[in-house]
Write a protein that binds this ligand. Sequence first.
Ligand code: DHB
Length: 312
Amino acid sequence: SLKTHIAKLPLDSYLFNASGPRCTTEEELNRLAGSASAAIMTKSCTMLPREGNAEPRFQALPLGSIQSMGLPNLGYEAYLEMLPRLKQARSSRRGKPIVVSVSGFSISDNVTMVQAFQASSADLIEVNFSCPNIEGKPQVGYDFEQTERALEAICQLGSKPIGLKLPPYFDFSHFITMANIIKKFPVSFITCINSVGNTLVIDPETESAIIKPKGGFGGLCGDYIKPIGLANVRAFSQLLPSSIDIIGVGGIKTGTDAFEYLLAGASAVQVATCFEKEGVECFDRIAKELGCIMAAKQYSSIAAVKGKLKMI
Ligand code: DHB
């Protein structure tokens, strides 16, 4: 069985969608409700509806994608209003968990939105500390003081579990500093990693950047970033108490990828680039592939493998 838990909430499967592609509109969220995704994750919302950045702002690449979407979303009130209908969606198992992603432009935005979702039928709240694509708004997760101030403000607003979507870190001093901040607050889960921010892909034919916003700088996604995601999951699983669940994201498109994140210590994984490319069928396919790998290795549960990475 691929059953697992995030913040003590049971999930029927190990895989669900990442906040990102195909989870902005009610139609898209209803499609997730009817899919094999273990939960319904929403696109990061802001106080007001947003169209997002100028196009072209997404480009598929041979091994993933680069994007600078700029948080296009319906505004948090639209998601608040949609939640009761999503919970009851006829095509979904009644009560399939809903995870709302919140991405305010300030601590006060995040307080307002977390407060509102604390009083909603959402099951989990993932606060995005890592959007790289808003001009003039640095990624919160790279500013340790702001991270701590934000956690002080948002962790005491209700009893629904709060998680953090983190940017990738590349140095042990940063893993340690962030883990020590997280341990000071009642954070129930972390999601590692967001896209690798501010990368540049160039088309040598046209001699131009491949996307328009921010002078061509955008978030790198997909296969390119899997080793970075695995390292972040592994590092935080060693630095945080086991009561804080880790959700792995970054380059998961096969059962093997999901199995590697499980060995690194992830309690569940999210899929973005592959879901963008393949649609909701990816959840059932990857789950079956993971199930085959575990059966072949005679592992009977997620818990039997989680964090069991061996050193050579
Ligand atoms: C966007 C991209 C991200 O990587 C993120 O965490 C949030 C938003 C975006 O550009 O929409």
